[in-house]
Design a protein around this ligand. Sequence first.
Ligand SMILES: Cc1ncc(COP(=O)(O)O)c(C=O)c1O
Length: 410
Amino acid sequence: MTRSADPALARWGFSTWLDGARGTGEFIKLPELDDVNDAIVSMDGKKMVNFCGIGILGWQHDPDVRTVFAETAANYGLVVGGSRIIQGVSRPHLELEALVAEITGKERALTFATGMLANIGFVNAMSARFSFNNDDGVDNTDTVLVLDRECHWSMWKAAERFKFGRNLIMFDHNDMTSLRSELERLEGRKIVVGFETVYSADGSLAPVGEILDLCEEFGAVSFVDDANGFMVYGNGGRRFAAQYEALRRVTFQMVSFGKGVGLSGGALAGPADALDAFRFLSGTTVFTTNIQPPTAGAIVHVLRRMRRDPSVMEHYLDRVDRVRERLLRIGCTINPTPTYITSILVGANDIAVRVRAEFIERGYLVPMFGYPAVPKNRAVIRLMMNNRLSDEHVDGFVDTLAELKQKYGF
Ligand SMILES: Cc1ncc(COP(=O)(O)O)c(C=O)c1O
């Protein structure tokens, strides 16, 4: 049965699926915020303590960031008004690209409207066949993409036109034996190895140096999706310093400005000629728009401040460590690697639905991750704690979690 105005749509099954999913409670009402995203948000007029946001330091609330945003909007407009290839970029984009190249230690960087578009653009560009005039073109349709199985959805989406097993190969998560055996099998082919620094769903961290050693041994190009780690680690901080030092050897680095920087947009950094070619070959610099100029200006401002004073992030990470200790004390099963992403195992889908609903009743908005972000019946509360939450908010969350854990036995 379909409730759609167009009977032809019935064959797609949306209405039937929705009826079922609403029945099990899995088709949740998505948060609709009445005001700004912050530690406290208002939903349908009700105040909620918000554990769902990903802009961990809350830079969007900083008065100077807002001033820079407004000034950049006044000077450069709200939008460039077209894609990079057609309409070009503004000064704030160029400043941002120079800064990202400097921070990552790469020759060149290119901005994209989102990190996901940077990933999609990268895969497109590395596997493109293109020439302006039928000669002297590139033909990289023989590229083989070797991805960690836990790579983000955007990488798998980007690789959809690859053929699994032929030019799209998966290695077991963070497993160097598995990666080595795939690289041995593929020896002589044109390989890109893709992995993440900090993995979104379970907060695990790649053995960066070991992966890059293997890439160098087998002559593979390396690509890291550093969406989650950019400016959280490697900025003079003590945590995971060795992995971030090793990262300087990676061929290409993708970053997102949504997490550590807390704004939005993404970038690719790498060798100059490749990045210059990506302006044409990525597709996502050609067929879509870039970051808004005021956002680019605000990111530059935030990056400069974060570089000047890494202690803000270090204090935040100390705080996350203390929350992890408390979660362990109340008996939670959490991800073993102490990154800032904390993944609390809840398990069965039906329990996850009820736990989330009970949190909401008690005034807490929590990020419950289910399938397809994690395997079915392995639901987790995936925290990227907002530093603007007070200690009382965190206490309240941990106490509620302890109570619900007892009640539902997870
Ligand atoms: C590992 C990873 N890659 C890519 C992305 C996409 O980044 P953005 O949100 O900037 O599009 C995310 C965002 O959640 C991510 O976690």
